[in-house]
Design a protein around this ligand. Sequence first.
Ligand SMILES: Nc1ncnc2c1ncn2[C@@H]1O[C@H](COP(=O)(O)OP(=O)(O)OP(=O)(O)O)[C@@H](O)[C@H]1O
Ligand SMILES: NCC(=O)N[C@@H]1O[C@H](COP(=O)([O-])[O-])[C@@H](O)[C@H]1O
Ligand SMILES: [Mg+2]
Length: 388
Amino acid sequence: MTHTAKILLLGSGELGREFTISAKRLGAYVIACDSYPRAPAMQMADAAEVFSMLDGDALRAAIARHRPDFIVPEVEAIRTEILADVEAEGITVVPSARATQLTMNRDRIRDVAALELGLVTSRYRYAESLEEARDAATHTGFPCVVKPVMSSSGKGQSTVRDAEELDRAWAYAVDNMRGDRRRVIVEQFVAFDYEITLLTVRTRDGVRFCPPIGHRQERGDYQESWQPAAMSPQALAKAQDMARKVVDNLGGYGLFGVEFFVAGEEVIFSELSPRPHDTGMVTLISQGLSEFDLHARAILGLPVPEVALLGPAASAVILADRDATAFRYECVAQALATPGADVDLRLFGKPTTRPYRRMGVALARGADTDTARRIAREAADAVTIVYE
Ligand SMILES: Nc1ncnc2c1ncn2[C@@H]1O[C@H](COP(=O)(O)OP(=O)(O)OP(=O)(O)O)[C@@H](O)[C@H]1O
Ligand SMILES: NCC(=O)N[C@@H]1O[C@H](COP(=O)([O-])[O-])[C@@H](O)[C@H]1O
Ligand SMILES: [Mg+2]
């Protein structure tokens, strides 16, 4: 055997690409899967498979063909029943088949967090019709946020200020949902002071936390993130306590991105990813071991040391603005030229653009997080996508 482990990666975007690099550095053989060819992680992997992760037959066939030691989900939308079957047959699903099933849809994980574990969440209710959405909004009050239970990166999500706007929000959610479950969550709008991602690693030796990551979102999608997020020790302790409860409930080994809203000293659990988080790309420059290295180590059962921050750092996204198949990047040298600053780039190698598609990220370290944010934003803005 020439490799330490065989990993089937389900989803091959930018997060999978960095995970592939981390896993391969530790000697793993990686088969990268996604619905389109030349996806970012495929360009780094030993082998690639192109099929929809929601196609159960194709997923089963890929598992049977490669017989991996580990299945590592990189997206939410996967035919997760199959993962439960293969876990029972002895393949390790990361972090666990149950975690992938509970987090694929917002309603399941929200019910576990709020009802089973008693975590603080916003008021919420589910709706399967416009009528039910109206009832749900009576329960949450206005403003509220309407999201399809199956979606990510803000797709189909909108904030509703009054009853009049509900029709449009319901239609928008139904039109932009993934899968075939016409179900939304209606959530009380939380007027938070700031929001964080707490990267939480479940390892054989216990749970470890990265310093909290602050982030700013637009259209439900992340624009910039920074680490450490300034927060009181009391608020951090509450977030860590909730994160520990939820990852221990989900089980298995790996890194989780646990999202919280913070208002004063109140910490409100929002949702979590049982895998590296987009806002956690800042750890590519802020930590000796990035979130991808930590995920790989935890999965492979390797030692995971206490996480040390190298210094205040930030990430800023590089977005496309139109549909295109022919384009190039310019001004990369200028982006990396900020004098005296630690600045870096990741261009993901996505083969096509579309409006708001994340094509890359700029990374920076600075004397404080405000400085790092400024340098990262300037570097991201310097990179120009030239459409041909
Ligand atoms: N109830 C709420 N109150 C206030 N803001 C909210 C609320 N729900 C979501 N948001 C805002 O929208 C962002 C995206 O929401 P959420 O994380 O639920 O969606 P998502 O589609 O799962 O995103 P991702 O997959 O990128 O994490 C949040 O980070 C927050 O900024
Ligand atoms: N918030 C979830 C997230 O950031 N997921 C990341 O985006 C990719 C899809 O990008 P695409 O839509 O540009 O193909 C996913 O594969 C994953 O790496
Ligand atoms: Mg989120």
